[in-house]
Design a protein around this ligand. Structure first.
Ligand SMILES: *Cc1c(COP(=O)(O)O)cnc(C)c1O
Length: 406
């Protein structure tokens, strides 16, 4: 059987071959422990880790010393949010975030609420953005942290990071951003954007799974964290545990490549994504874009197809690997909480599809996927009495589905 066409790059990205190549020696003969100070095996590993730290820092405008290795963005978010909350609890217990963050931010916040913290979820607009003005108005005396994601993993919407960072610094509040989707895809600069903590995930940038990093600002201000993992005091005491050298080397190389190729690749993906969007909407009506029309990730297209069942649509395009905002594909019964946060109605949320394009996506694949989607939606709508009624001009909101004698 042929593998389906992969269009789920926001879920994960394949390991770049070039990344694998630089990793392999560290899975073979260069197996030293980066913490071994007494022999060449250790020095070799430590040198490789230092180089990767430089490469990651360079991509986000940071210093190598400000990069803390973790197991991924989930851990980075946990360390940033819980670590700051614990460290600064004397100053206050108020935290600002949004309802459309990744679960790896929402759930640590929920945990903190149970522990007596006051987490405020700022309302996002219909595109999924909060403004710096909203942040300014919500900051209080006891606010210790603002956590707002750089790019949303479902709808691709980008946050006005520089504006929010400026407000946070003016008010003396730490600013964390979950940048798992943004780093390596769009320019991110912790200085220009005044970011204090930033989460990175290896497997979203064509690096390995199980590796990530947290940027922790060392100056203006110096951010302090309570470690969430106790052990040998690695990573300046912020994250104990023997460093996975091969994975770290891979993340470093992935960041180096992303920095080199981001501009060109971003333009290529924007073109492909717009082509996909255009091909679909030129053949189908009642297709709605979720997220921001232009402030969005180059490789993300999230569409809702009115009058089709999300599940049926997913089955109709089973030779394409995409994600859906529909309930039944995930463990929960609710449709996507992100789309709900944007004010998308349940009907349209249930019929949403996220197309994630990336480094290996070709124009041929885009055309194939567009054809499959158009064909499937047309077929399903032909069988839909609702679509037929809507086409005949019946206002479905006026229809009494269940007439009772009155
Ligand atoms: C994938 C993702 C995460 C989780 O990253 P892991 O490295 O898989 O733990 C967190 N936040 C966002 C926005 C993501 O896309």
């Amino acid at each position: 059987m042929n593998q389906p066409v992969y269009m789920d790059y926001q879920a994960t990205t394949p390991l770049d071959e070039r990344v694998l190549d630089v990793m392999l020696p560290f899975l073979r003969e260069k197996f030293g422990n980066a913490a071994s100070r007494n022999h060449a095996y250790g020095w070799e590993a430590e040198k490789a880790v230092d180089e990767a730290r430089e490469q990651i820092a360079a991509l986000i405008g940071a210093k190598a010393k400000e990069v803390v290795f973790t197991s991924g963005a989930t851990e980075s978010n946990n360390l940033a949010i819980k670590g700051v909350a614990e460290m600064y609890q004397e100053k206050g217990k108020h935290i600002l975030t949004t309802p459309i963050e990744h679960k790896a931010v929402i759930d640590p916040c929920k945990r903190l609420e149970k522990d007596g913290y006051d987490v405020e979820y700022l309302e996002v607009d219909k595109f999924g953005q909060v403004s710096a003005e909203q942040v300014r108005n919500a900051i209080r005396e006891d606010t210790i942290l603002v956590s707002i994601m750089a790019a949303n993993n479902e709808v691709g919407t980008l946050a006005p990071l520089a504006e929010i960072g400026a407000v946070c610094h003016e008010k003396g509040v730490l600013f964390h951003t979950d940048a798992a989707q943004a780093v390596g895809k769009i320019p991110v600069d912790v200085e220009a954007m005044q970011i204090d903590l930033l989460s990175i995930s290896g497997h979203k940038v064509y690096g390995p799974k199980g590796i990530g990093a947290l940027y922790v600002r060392r100056r203006n201000p110096r951010v302090r964290l309570v470690a969430q993992m106790d052990g040998g005091g690695h990573e300046r005491g912020m994250r104990s545990g023997t460093l996975p050298v091969a994975s770290i080397v891979g993340l470093g190389e992935a960041c180096r490549l992303a920095g080199l190729e981001m501009k060109e690749e971003g333009a290529r993906l924007t073109g492909l994504r717009d082509r996909l969007h255009q091909k679909i909407t030129s053949e189908l009506d009642e297709v709605y874009l979720n997220g921001h029309p232009d402030q969005r990730l180059p490789g993300n297209l999230n569409l809702s197809f009115a009058y089709v069942e999300g599940e049926a649509l997913m089955m109709g395009i089973d030779d394409v690997a995409v994600s859906s905002g529909s309930a039944c594909t995930s463990a929960s019964l609710e449709p996507s909480y992100v789309l709900r946060g944007l004010g998308v109605g349940d009907d349209l949320a249930h019929t949403s599809i996220r197309f994630g394009l990336g480094r290996e996506t070709t124009e041929k694949e885009v055309d194939f996927v567009a054809d499959r989607v158009v064909g499937a939606v047309k077929r399903l709508r032909e069988m839909s009495p609702l679509y037929e009624m809507a086409k005949e001009g019946v206002d479905l909101n006026e229809v009494r589905w269940n007439p009772v004698a009155d």
